[in-house]
Design a binder for this molecule. Structure first.
Ligand SMILES: Nc1nc2c(c(=O)[nH]1)N[C@@H](CN(C=O)c1ccc(C(=O)N[C@@H](CCC(=O)O)C(=O)O)cc1)CN2
Length: 287
């Protein structure tokens, strides 16, 4: 049986560190503030946002949820972001993805101040990641959380063949950048890739972020590979599962993230970590 990359445990350790950092800030009269904007009624999004809010409060932050109807106009949403950009009690802003079709998602994400962009989605922060600049900037929470998890389990990346399946701005692209920066050779696969298994069979590390149930089975992975499953899918019995057929590959690979309890908790813990990062960086810059 492969080593389980336990995101729940690792996230809980990271959250404890974050809680202590918040305590220190509070002793100086500073309370990190996170604002999450949720548009519409998507059930999964509502659940994720509730979990973020609960954890932020538990760790001692100021947590604000801005819930707006799916009928909101782009101009109204931009006005809300402007308000949050100017709010001195808020250090971190997140707009929950996905947004309704009538709203230009990039226009909204790019309107967030880069110094409050806790998701690392703005062009300034993406650029810093791609240039592998040293210094202080936020990175998309899921890929950054995955890197923390890989580091925790001493997964060596330099010179390894990595395959990232999915090219989203939230996971695939920043994940690939982080892996390249860490010295891995990276292939990014996507919906137009014709033979996914041709790449994955040769990979030392596979990161799958597609939302396709049982995309990868035992025949698609190399013995001893490391598998990171970002998928959040419901199977035929209504259970939450990833993209990878866990039972089929678990005795072939070296390490694998479970779903649930793998990448998901790391995403939320990284959001908390980066809210505190932004607060501290803001203080260092006199804000
Ligand atoms: N602005 C953003 N929007 C979205 C992001 C993001 O990083 N920034 N990520 C995804 C989903 N997501 C965060 O919002 C997320 C998904 C899943 C989990 C999680 O903890 N999953 C658990 C299962 C929990 C459950 O289903 O109730 C697990 O895998 O153990 C956390 C965050 C979309 N949008």
């Amino acid at each position: 049986m492969a080593i389980l990359l336990d995101g729940k445990k690792t996230a809980s350790e990271l959250n404890e560190t974050t809680r202590k950092r918040i305590l220190k800030l509070k002793q100086c009269g500073i309370v990190p503030g996170l604002a999450v904007v949720i548009v519409g009624e998507d059930q999964a999004s509502q659940r994720y946002v509730r979990n973020k809010h609960k954890l932020a409060l538990k760790l001692g932050m100021n947590s604000v949820i801005k819930e707006v109807p799916a009928s909101i106009t782009e101009a109204q949403l931009l006005a809300l972001i402007t308000e949050l950009n100017q709010d001195t009690t808020i250090q971190a802003i997140l707009v929950q993805d996905p947004l309704p079709k009538h709203i230009n998602e990039q226009r909204i994400m790019q309107s967030i101040s880069s110094t409050k962009d806790v998701d690392g989605f703005t062009a300034v922060n993406v650029g810093q990641l791609y240039l592998n600049l040293t210094g202080n900037y936020p990175v998309a929470c899921t890929p950054k959380g995955i890197m923390t998890l890989l580091e925790k389990y001493d997964i060596f990346l330099r010179g390894k063949k990595a395959v990232v399946i999915g090219r989203s701005a939230i996971v695939g692209k920043p994940m690939a950048a982080l892996l390249v920066n860490a010295g891995a050779s990276v292939s990014i696969l996507h919906r137009y890739t014709t033979e996914i298994a041709e790449y994955t069979r040769d990979a030392d590390l596979i990161i799958s972020a597609t939302g396709v149930l049982r995309l990868l089975g035992a025949e698609a992975v190399k013995p001893g590979a490391v598998i990171v499953d970002v998928g959040q899918n419901l199977d035929e019995t209504g259970h939450l599962v990833g993209d990878v057929d866990f039972n089929a590959v678990k005795d072939k690979v070296a390490a694998i993230t479970p779903v649930p309890g793998g990448v998901g908790p790391m995403t939320i813990a990284t959001l908390m970590q980066q809210t505190v990062d932004l607060t501290e960086w803001g203080l260092a810059n006199g804000k």
